[in-house]
Ligand binder design. Structure first.
Ligand code: FE
Ligand code: FE
Length: 169
């Protein structure tokens, strides 16, 4: 990575970091979906996988418009979050409890993305990158909606099912 001399440089750095994060998620979400026992949770992960591909495409477009490459940084935070998700997948737990754990891992990911896109969005705004700002805002909104959907699903179904497991086997 070139040195960060300006806010514009930092903006590009944040975009590449987000791009790396989305790429890692594109690989991780199918595994999360496969590990989910609840039909609703599996569908939720699959739906967000499609959205995530769109998020990566938006970042590609923004980086292309700025004349920047897509690569150059690895999002270590997402690497850690995905690793925690993987550990939950491998956990020897009743399916209902595992589903609650998968939601917990997924919501950590969404909150991380919300933070990253929030920052990128305000950078785009102050730097006058209007079109980038709009695309980043669209993604931010989708991440927020996903987080809310996961909260609703946890409350209405997943956590209730997990709570009813007696742990006796
Ligand atoms: Fe995303
Ligand atoms: Fe997301």
């Amino acid at each position: 990575m070139p040195p960060l001399k300006t806010l514009e440089d930092l903006f590009v750095h944040e975009l590449k970091d987000l791009y790396s994060a989305e790429q890692q998620l594109i690989k991780a979400l199918p595994k999360m979906a496969k590990a989910a026992s609840s039909e609703h949770l599996r569908a939720g992960f699959e739906e967000h996988l499609e959205q995530t591909k769109g998020h990566a495409e938006r970042l590609e477009k923004i980086l292309d418009d700025l004349g920047q490459s897509h690569r150059g940084t690895k999002c270590k935070a997402m690497e850690g979050l995905v690793e925690e998700g993987k550990q939950m997948i491998d956990e020897d737990a009743p399916p209902e409890v595992k589903d609650a754990g998968l939601i917990a891992a997924a919501q950590r990911v969404e909150h991380y993305e919300i933070a990253g896109y929030g920052t990128a969005c305000t950078f785009a705004q102050i730097l006058g990158h209007t079109e980038a700002e709009k695309m980043l805002h669209d993604t931010l909104q989708e991440e927020r909606e996903t987080d809310e959907k996961l909260s609703d699903l946890a409350l209405s179904e997943i956590n209730v099912a997990a709570q009813s497991v007696d742990g006796q086997e």
